[in-house]
Design a protein around this ligand. Sequence first.
Ligand SMILES: Nc1nc2c(ncn2[C@@H]2O[C@H](COP(=O)(O)OP(=O)(O)O)[C@@H](O)[C@H]2O)c(=O)[nH]1
Ligand SMILES: [Mg+2]
Length: 455
Amino acid sequence: MTDFLSEDTIVAPATAPGEAALAIIRLSGKKAFTVADSVFQGGVRPSEAPCHTIHHGFIVDPATKDKIDEVLVSVFRAPKSYTAEDAVEISCHGGRAVTSAIVEALVRAGARLAQPGEFTRRAFLNGRIDLAQAEAVADLISAQSEASRRSSLEQLEGHLSKKVCLLRESLLDVLAEVEANLDFPEEGIEPQRAEQISKTLTDVISQVRTLAKSFKEGRILREGYSVVIAGRPNVGKSSLLNALLQKERAIVTPTPGTTRDTIEEWALFSGVPVRLVDTAGLRERGGKIEKEGMRRTEEAIEKSDLVLLMLDASQKLNDEDRQLLEKYQRRKRLMLYNKVDLLTQQPSSAETNGALYISATLGTGLDRLKEKIARMALPSFGTESVLVTSARHKEALAKGFVYLLRARRGLERGKGLELVAFELRRAVDALGEITGQIVTEDILGRIFSKFCIGK
Ligand SMILES: Nc1nc2c(ncn2[C@@H]2O[C@H](COP(=O)(O)OP(=O)(O)O)[C@@H](O)[C@H]2O)c(=O)[nH]1
Ligand SMILES: [Mg+2]
């Protein structure tokens, strides 16, 4: 850890390389102002400028004083900066030549090129943010959907950290009490107190379990909610895919068996990323190609989060439909009656027994369908509850959960308090891994190497 904790002053472009109107170069560390002073020509010296002020001037070569670019320099004094160190941000003209010339000048003036994620790593090591918040920075940058942007921002604001810290603190209280009793083993914990402690543990266990379970929703933010459109040939599956994507992605014809292969496309429903899969019609007969199409359809259904089981509202339920309904009875599914436009009598409500009436060609009921899918994908989205999106956090919670169960069982069975304390300590440490109270160089390396340069 030493080279990262070192006194080095680091520099890196914070914006993506390539042609752009502007770019930002970041400088952070003990010597940030000295370095900036030696390359900046303007009304003030950065070292003398007040915190959170912006100054116009030029970046010059530290030795020759040749002008490199016209810039704005922002001054941040420790601890009021991203890294909690003295820091300077240079807004310069975009493009590779300008940014690399400025970075080189700063290196010649005494800074070192930053490693990926090193700014955020310093923010963590300097105690400005915890580990879960640092990870949220990377998630926020790579967010591809409104839903993942929101959840990353919430994590960055510390929602998950706060929750985990509270749980950890309750455990520390329990641990303190158990440890206090270790000195008087023959007396043990008073039965009433033991019951109280066991209640507290039960409460923490249930909260840890809820958090760990929310990872399933968190995964959807990253990988998308996979939704398969299934049904017998010609009910309008491809028409629905096209209508939901608002483009002619799949071929639609009145001939049954037009779609031979599965087609997958991304879409956003109410900010939730969805992977929509159109499939070949499911039916028992058919030639070689149709059989292969069916095999792929079944595979897609197997891997999906939700099956949209489509029926033709204008026709009577036939044997093929019935077989399908039976076959996918246990899947998480949503029934769709398509082609309502063909009905002489419109259904009295757009939704009956959880089944939706739609028309893929007219677009009837599709907004309702999208909203329903989004809600099924992320039931707790937009509520107060905290989502766990990182596999690392989920693992730590799962470990903590097991240790807590053992601690509670030990307590209830009157096992030695030594053992209870041991398991509690392990649970406390597991939760501490999430926020970084317990951290190894290995974990830090893994987390920050995934960051981009300049973050
Ligand atoms: N009237 C009506 N026709 C539809 C609707 N959806 C699909 N169709 C027609 O049904 C036929 C089969 O559609 P297609 O999307 O290829 O069905 P798939 O085999 O299930 O993919 C085409 O002629 C479509 O135009 C609908 O909502 N209303
Ligand atoms: Mg089709």
